[in-house]
Design a protein around this ligand. Structure first.
Ligand SMILES: Nc1ncnc2c1ncn2[C@@H]1O[C@H](COP(=O)(O)OP(=O)(O)OP(=O)(O)O)[C@@H](O)[C@H]1O
Ligand SMILES: [Mg+2]
Length: 325
């Protein structure tokens, strides 16, 4: 039985807490919500242990000073990359000796707070070999930092697009292994987590690669609980990344787990073709899905999709049932 089922009661409590107190009433969540939702009291109805180490489900909190020390004061040499929510640094925790990635969120008016809250809560209770592990967080004053396991090979995006001349392109088997791992992570969210979780931001930048190109899904800040009862969808503000967003979700705001499957199809196309989901350099063909669709439907033309960097892989595209988006 997966760990998630074992935590069903706590998970349900947290879902209620998030939806009723934080998200539904559109109140801007405060950092005390993170602590409250993660406290043993709110999950178990029992007295919370004072000692963090006695409460293994709660990720440790770090002081800003500890994370500054870990990353050499967020110096340029420790910088790994930048995303929509802030900068990411490599560091080493003095407390445990662990090598970590520290994401320092922009705090222009703390716009990222709801995402921070959802990220901490989701990653605290969802554990799977294909989901990135959250080691802890820091919420001191205006500072919001997330501490993750360090994924040594970076993102899938970095191995597919704009490769520097000295970087080897991924071979076919590695690409398929990455696709299978990402699918397992998604399958866990949709079918094993209770209640189910819709990831909402699946893209090659959010598939991180560890040793041996082992893939893990990262960035749960936009994730949502799936529909409950006999509802077929959740109505939300449309969020996600252009080029990956399912058209029916983009036009209606009705979110289902199928929206994630669409995004997964786009990632699969990126793996097969080496092209970006959206690339202005291709003019009218800038949308990968639209460019690929006629070739996907015509078995005579299917090999035209192949990434030119997939050398010596003539037979790879002769699969009996080729993926459809
Ligand atoms: N745990 C990690 N280990 C190693 N590298 C990481 C880790 N998390 C993020 N990175 C790297 O840091 C960079 C920025 O990541 P981040 O998630 O902030 O942005 P993004 O996914 O590129 O964009 P967006 O903000 O739209 O999700 C990426 O290049 C990613 O590869
Ligand atoms: Mg990301």
């Amino acid at each position: 039985m997966s760990r998630c089922f074992g935590f069903r009661k706590k998970w349900k409590d947290i879902k209620l807490k998030l939806e009723d107190e934080v998200i539904k009433d559109n109140r801007k969540p405060a950092i005390k919500d993170v602590h409250a939702a993660l406290s043993s009291e709110s999950r178990l109805g029992s007295n919370p242990p004072k000692d963090e180490s006695k409460n293994p489900d709660k990720p440790p909190t770090y002081t800003y000073r500890e994370l500054a020390t870990a990353t050499n004061n967020f110096r340029e040499e420790s910088f790994i990359g930048e995303g929509g929510f802030g900068l990411v640094y490599k560091g080493k925790l003095e407390r445990t000796g662990q090598v970590v990635a520290v994401k320092k969120l922009n705090h222009s008016g703390l716009q990222g707070d709801p995402e921070f809250l959802v990220e901490v809560l989701m990653l605290t209770l969802l554990r799977h070999p294909n989901l990135v592990t959250l080691f802890g967080y820091c919420a001191e004053g205006n500072q919001r930092l997330l501490v993750y396991e360090y994924m040594s090979l970076g993102s899938l995006e970095g191995h597919l697009h704009d490769l520097p001349p000295d970087k080897e392109p991924l071979d076919w088997n590695t690409r398929m292994m990455i696709a299978a791992g990402a699918a397992k992570g998604l399958e866990f969210l949709h079918h094993q987590a209770e209640p189910p979780v819709i990831f909402r931001d699946l893209k090659s930048a959010n598939i991180l690669l560890g040793e041996g190109f082992h893939p893990k899904l990262s960035d749960f800040g936009l994730a949502k609980f799936g529909p409950s009862g006999d509802k077929s969808h959740v109505s939300t503000r449309v969020m996600g990344t252009q080029g990956y967003c399912a058209p029916e979700y983009a036009t209606s705001g009705k979110l289902t787990s199928k929206s994630d499957i669409y995004s997964f199809g786009v990632v699969l196309l990126e793996l097969l073709t080496g092209r970006k989901a959206l690339d202005d350099n291709y003019g009218r063909d800038k949308q990968l899905v639209e460019w690929a669709r006629p070739m996907l439907k015509d078995r005579q033309r299917i090999t035209q999709l192949a990434d030119p960097l997939l050398k010596g892989c003539g037979g790879c595209f002769e699969l009996p049932s080729f993926p459809q988006v």
